[in-house]
Design a binder for this molecule. Sequence first.
Ligand code: ATP
Ligand code: MG
Ligand code: MG
Length: 581
Amino acid sequence: SPAPLSNFLRTIIDNDLAKGRYAGKRWAGKPGPASVQQQGSVDTAQIRTRFPPEPNGYLHIGHAKAICLNFGLARDYHGACHLRFDDTNPEKEEEEYVNAIIDMVQWLGFDWTYGEESNCYFASDYFGYMYLFAQELVRAGHAYVDEQNAEQIRAMRGTLTEKGKDSPWRNRPAEESLALLEEMRQGKHPDGSLALRAKIDMGSPNMNMRDPVMYRIRHAAHHRSGNEWCIYPMYAWAHPVEDALEGITHSVCTLEFEDQRPFYDWILNHLAELGQLSLPLPRQYEFARLNLSYVVTSKRKLLQLVREGRVNGWDDPRMPTLAGLRRRGYTPESIRLFCERLGVSKADSRIDYSVLEQALRDDLDPKAMRTVAVIDPVKLVITNYPEGQTELCHAPRTPHDSAAGSREFPFTRELWIERDDFKEDPPKKYFRLFPGNTVRLKYGYIVKCTGCVKNEHGDVIEVQAEYLPETKSGTPGSDSVKVKGNITWVSAAHAVAAEIRMYDRLFSDPHPDAGDKDFLAALNPESCQVVQGWLEPGTQAAPGATWQFERLGYFVADRHESTPEKPVINRAVTLKDSWVQ
Ligand code: ATP
Ligand code: MG
Ligand code: MG
């Protein structure tokens, strides 16, 4: 594959490596404080990055950007990328999400092993180390137990224009804080009654430095540590500690954490001074998150769609989750291609959904086998073709690879064609079937339309035509008659019946949750139209099978519901962008 495009992170890493910042450092292959890490063998990973999802929902397309970035850096720099579950919020996290995240990272084509190391970790496994670190910080006078409740703490925090005020408990003796911290841990105090805070600066212009809360009391069971803990660390200090325990070199996160960086460094520098962490310390870098039009990516909103039954679960093919995209027919290659095209920058921008769709087309076009489907069928009767007669027509499996060979399917007197391919009164420039016009039945004969049959409501129920016997595709003289229209068809007696789900965008508003808009009001009422269609004879709709249906787009057999006997087909994407305004 081509050399990756340069970006500001690669420039930083190139410089770090040129300076030998990580040369000769040791890593035990096991996360831990300085005492543990130094016992390891020589580290061969040049750099370490991490992807740190919170297991409180399914991964979405935004996460794919972070995954491709972090695992991509590790791959290109002979480094390791850790998959770390940032599971420090017991109430919202579940085992189901852990498994779904593992599944999706692997599906995207990445893995967290590095040589003998399997770098899949859980922040909750570090709760013990975090507690020791908190005690060290208290002993050194860098943290204290505050007896104010959350509301009081908030009120004393000040505003952007007004300095905060010191808590009355700020200068209590370290022994007092240590004893209270231990009581907090032992469950002697109710939720919210006490908190451990870093002692930094209530006058700092950076609100995150105004004595941020480090531990809060939560008497809640954790999906992994059970009831072992009733104090849980806040993200802002847990995260740098997790990075340091794992020997992460470059901690890449989205821009909204920029203001947290001073606290990130504060925590790590103090713990390093106290001899708790091995050097060099990880450094945080920020990049612009992916904002994609026509979707929402907040996990809270995605959860709401699922809970309220607006979609059929996290992997509904209209969902921007990776599980949904997979079910919709997206390939891992198409998502990686999309992320490559996005690049990495520090400037926030919004990407149009069509960029994602185009990546899928570009990935599938060279590799998807072609087949024919008729999704809005009307009968075409070839009135001069003998009843009961069958002959085979041939078509390439794909126009891009002659080695893939050809497919064959029968031509008969009664065919299914698209309703849209016939008009009794054709508009200008309509080159398909209308009385008196000739078109080619793709891979078959040229036919001349002679009329149609209607029911009592005036709906066309049958189109009629006569075929021109000397014009079969691939035979000499087949192009003696010139036609402008070329339409697809399947033999009615041989076609495979299928349920086809014509998916479209879930939201019809390009910015469904901009400002304080009600994103539910922007749901596209036509995001899923189910039709009964007909597939080319011989189509094997095994779950996950993907094709280009000629003229229609890319389709996939639903991975849960499709069987060869009863195909259920999802439209992944149309051939062209139909949303261009
Ligand atoms: P939400 O706010 O919806 O809960 P999150 O960012 O909290 O999402 P995490 O599970 O914490 O979700 O995310 C794991 C990683 O994925 C983080 O490092 C985060 O920066 C990154 N990430 C999440 N959303 C995006 C996005 N839209 N674009 C790029 N990276 C993202
Ligand atoms: Mg979150
Ligand atoms: Mg998060």
